[in-house]
Ligand binder design. Structure first.
Ligand code: AP5
Length: 216
């Protein structure tokens, strides 16, 4: 099973990915997480770190050639043999076309579009906190940890992403509309786009996605 999650920034890709990879036993490939690891120096390889950080902090997309190369390399790892979940890739029609051409043996079964109203996204993003150790995602408004700013699972102090400031979030939403939304018709034309109501609770969204997958 090869799946891609398509959603605006804060649309719930990371949150649903955590659940889906466990339920389906497939690899999680988040290009955003990979870039954050590259910036931290914990992802092996030679990368233009300053260039990547500059794009991310401005809320802009990292150039297609860099993203596609890293994603294709990651897809060759052993853990992807049972299938994979793409979280945040592709993000432009050009990335999708390059992926279709260069990874023709790794066809996507579904592209799941999480449809979310824009008003709620700002609160989701500025309220997001995550655990630097296990990666668990919280939200101070919707899904807070039991103890203020501390991970429920391992007691680490939660962090806020540097691109979750209101200025960068506004830019990321603008870039999504311009660069990423054309992918909706790209995958609709291929007959693999499935729409899910992303405004429901985390559990309900997960249930809807699983229904789509199980109906295959
Ligand atoms: P990336 O990390 O992919 O960021 P993004 O797409 O902007 O998405 P987010 O991670 O912000 O949101 P999400 O949809 O995962 O939501 P989450 O589940 O965390 O990319 C970062 C940057 O890297 C990009 O800006 C770009 O520079 C670069 N990049 C990455 N991929 C690239 C590519 N392919 N090409 C070029 N550049 C690329 O949820 C958000 C919050 O909402 C959380 O607090 C969560 O608890 C809460 N929440 C989730 N679901 C619900 C719900 N149902 N109800 C209420 N709250 C909810």
């Amino acid at each position: 099973m090869n799946i891609a999650l398509l959603a605006p920034p804060g649309g719930g890709k990371g949150t649903q990915s955590e659940r889906l990879i466990k339920a389906l036993n497939i690899a999680h490939i988040s290009t955003g997480d990979i870039f954050r690891s590259i910036v931290k120096g914990t992802y092996k390889g030679a990368f233009p770190v300053d260039e990547i950080l500059n794009y991310m902090n401005k809320g802009l997309l990292v150039p297609d050639d860099i993203v596609v190369k890293i994603t294709l390399e990651r897809l060759n790892a052993d853990d992807c043999k049972n299938g994979f979940l793409l979280d945040g890739f592709p993000r432009t029609v050009n990335q999708a076309e390059m992926f279709d051409k260069l990874a023709s043996d790794k066809k996507l079964d579904f592209v799941i579009l999480l449809e979310v109203n824009e008003e709620g996204l700002i609160k989701r993003l500025t309220g997001r906190r995550s655990c630097p150790k296990c990666g668990k995602i919280y939200n101070i408004y919707y899904t807070p940890p039991k103890k203020n700013n501390v991970c429920d699972d391992d007691g680490e102090t939660l962090i806020m992403r540097s691109d979750d400031s209101i200025e960068t979030v506004t830019k990321r939403l603008e870039v999504y509309k311009k660069e990423t939304m054309p992918l909706v018709s790209y995958y609709e034309n291929k007959g693999i786009l499935k729409r899910v109501d992303g405004d429901k609770s985390v559990e309900e969204v997960f249930k809807q996605i699983m229904e789509v997958i199980e109906a295959k």
